[in-house]
Design a protein around this ligand. Structure first.
Ligand SMILES: [Mg+2]
Length: 297
């Protein structure tokens, strides 16, 4: 394997930083790394920060890669094309909950919030840095900061919808309506109103299954498009095996990329919960995940 030439890499990456000092640091880092690995081994590293470490590449992909940026911009640009088609076709609806005589209703788009239009990767980064796991109190505190950025392309898409008379509804399983509204106002749409944000349990019957909220909106609006990062943002799946999730998606193939647009989320989702029994210990979850790896040998 060809070795990396640090001397060539350095000038562009770290101006003013000499190769000699880099090389010295590299040796120090190697030593520190070995010491760290040894400490982990002694401590029986299996459980230590395992879950947080699993998030590292996903967080970095979201926060540093141009590939993630491009993937979300692509999705929103494609969504815009589909909305243009939908506006020209009065029979077009993206909602399975839409019943008859919807053709004359005003147009709307339903979007999820987290990892669809708002980027919570700083929250995930804090978990990785803190070597700790998700819990409701930490999440609540992050949401109340209302400091999530817009995902690349989301603001432009929402501006396009507004300019074309399409109302955007944010159907989210967050429960913190005020701070969610503040965050959306700040980074996505300064004119957003509380009526456009439909939180979980905001009304009786609005549970984590979003069907009832889509049905509520479909009575008053023609739904042109659904956007989400999770299958349950489009139709409720429940506890279904990974194989059956894929089968269901194949049966609904007419919707994907046409009326339903999915944003990639490398960090979490119902896909992960489909891998193991609910209530499993962290170590059991990890063992089960490894069993799902396909190696073709
Ligand atoms: Mg989401």
């Amino acid at each position: 394997m060809q070795e990396l030439n640090y001397e060539n890499l350095l000038p562009a990456t770290f101006p003013g930083y000499s190769f000699a000092s880099f090389n010295r640091d590299l040796h120090m880092k190697k030593l520190q790394k070995l010491t760290l690995l040894f400490s982990f081994a002694l401590a029986g590293c299996y459980a230590m920060g395992q879950k947080a470490q699993e998030q590292l590449n996903g967080v970095l992909w979201m926060q540093t890669s141009v590939e993630f940026q491009v993937s979300t911009v692509q999705a929103f640009r494609f969504a815009e094309l589909r909305v243009r088609d939908a506006l020209r076709d009065p029979k077009w609806t993206a909602s399975l909950e839409q019943s008859s005589e919807y053709e004359q209703l005003p147009p709307a788009v339903i979007t999820d919030v987290d990892e669809t239009v708002l980027d919570n990767s700083p929250f995930q980064a804090r978990l990785v840095r803190g070597n700790t796991e998700f819990d409701a109190a930490k999440w609540n505190s992050w949401v109340n900061e209302a400091r999530a950025d817009a995902l690349p392309g989301a603001k432009e898409f929402i501006s396009f919808l507004k300019a074309n008379g399409v109302t955007v509804f944010y159907v989210t399983n967050r429960s913190q309506e005020r701070s969610t509204l503040d965050n959306i106002q700040r980074v996505l749409d300064p004119d957003v109103t509380p009526e456009q944000v439909l939180c979980k349990n905001e009304k009786p019957g609005w549970g984590s299954d979003k069907t009832s909220r889509r049905a509520f909106l479909a009575k008053k609006y023609r739904i042109l498009l659904l956007l989400g990062d999770d299958y349950n943002d489009f139709t409720f799946l429940g506890a279904v095996s990974p194989e059956n999730r894929i089968r269901k998606a194949q049966a609904q193939s007419d919707f994907w990329g046409r009326k339903w647009i999915l944003i990639s989320n490398p960090l979490y989702g119902s896909w992960e919960r489909a891998l193991y029994e609910s209530g499993s210990s962290e170590s059991d979850k990890l063992i089960t995940k490894y069993r799902f790896l396909k190696t073709k040998n």
